[in-house]
Design a protein around this ligand. Structure first.
Ligand SMILES: [Zn+2]
Length: 358
């Protein structure tokens, strides 16, 4: 049994929005080369699995048929899903490869082929059931979760989204779903796309209390993130007792990312992986499905993505910063702000739903 499966295909490089766009296909090949360099000695612990394409029926588990039609037609004639997400012929099919990778990763975990699976290029969290955007076409995270609810009758799936942008699509899809606890750590939506993910967004109906948004001030670095993981993620995870943990997010919280304004250093990506490893081992026999797709500084991306995998696998190794840290990093006032204005507010807002916040 492979310990960690990497769902990866060279064809993922075809998920590419064209010259001048920050989401280019060579991101994947650059990562896989670095992965092989850094983890050559540990190769027996990993298996690279060539994923399949999802079927249209699988896409329809989450997405509205009208939206799927719209994607197909827009791609066929080359158009825009939204201004930041142009579609050229074949992109609708490429979006299905990411979903296929997520479904196969989930299945391999459930069948015991591996303990954890990493969907390289996954995490299309801005796609909702009737819309896409933010470089996302079909929501692989939500489709994999829905499949586990339906196929394996899971009752508790925890999704933690550590991408710099709020996971608005995933949030909308499960907003009324108590079997999915969605926790999103992201740059304050007043300062970044998609402009959603405020503390008061807590879910509705049966799902009230099962959406937890953690808006972080621009500049937030290692200490802010670990504080939030310890004060919000760990207690909620322990109380919720997930049967599997999903984590969504690539390297865009890094201080040198070109689309965002956060302050995470390289060791912060090891940290994400380590929390996932420890909590999944403590709560759900190590079952964790990881989605690594974002990151727009090509110098940072390969090391940061590999660092997440180092953390997931418990290998104690920190990769170098490809970019010098700026002078504004680690402002202690951000930790104070996060304690009093973010964490305390979240606990107050959710204290009727969670004993750990009483
Ligand atoms: Zn992002």
């Amino acid at each position: 049994m492979g310990e960690i499966d990497l769902m990866f295909s060279k064809d993922m490089g075809k998920y590419d929005f064209g010259p001048g766009h920050p989401f280019r296909g060579d991101r994947f090949t650059n990562f896989i080369e670095r992965f092989k360099e850094e983890l050559l000695r540990e190769r027996s612990r990993f298996e690279i699995v060539e994923p399949r394409y999802a079927t249209e029926e699988e896409i329809l588990m989450i997405h509205d048929p009208l939206y799927v039609d719209y994607v197909k037609k827009t791609a066929a004639r080359s158009g825009f899903l939204t201004l930041d997400t142009p579609l050229s012929p074949g992109m609708d099919e490429q979006a299905k490869l990411v979903v296929g990778a997520a479904l196969e990763g989930a299945e391999r975990i459930m069948r015991g082929n591996c303990s954890k699976a990493v969907v390289i290029g996954g995490g299309m969290h801005h796609a909702g059931s009737t819309y896409g955007g933010g470089f996302c076409v079909y929501n692989d995270v939500a489709i994999a979760a829905r499949w586990l609810l339906d196929e394996y009758k899971l009752e508790r799936i925890l999704i933690i989204d550590t991408d710099a942008h709020a996971g608005n699509g995933t949030e909308d899809i499960f907003y009324e779903e108590p079997r999915v606890l969605f926790i999103s750590l992201h740059q304050d939506p007043r300062t970044l796309y998609p402009g959603k993910g405020f503390i008061w967004e807590i879910g509705s109906g049966e799902g009230e209390g099962y959406t937890v948004c953690v808006p972080l001030p621009p500049g937030s670095g290692y200490d802010v993130y670990t504080l939030v993981m310890d004060e919000i993620f760990v207690p909620l995870a322990c109380e919720f007792k997930p049967q599997i943990i999903f984590r969504n997010g690539g390297s865009d919280p890094h201080f040198a990312d070109t689309l965002t304004n956060l302050g995470l250093p390289m060791k912060g990506f090891n940290m994400f992986g380590e929390y996932m490893r420890k909590m999944s081992e403590e709560l759900c026999e190590g079952k964790e499905l990881d989605f690594i797709g974002s990151g727009y500084n090509p110098l940072v991306l390969p090391n940061a993505w590999v660092s997440i995998i180092l953390g997931l696998s418990g290998i104690n190794k920190t990769l170098p910063e490809p970019v010098n840290p700026p002078s504004w990093l680690d402002d202690p006032r951000l930790v104070e702000y996060t304690k009093s204005k973010v964490i305390e507010e979240i606990k107050l807002t959710l204290r009727d739903h969670w004993n750990c916040f009483k």
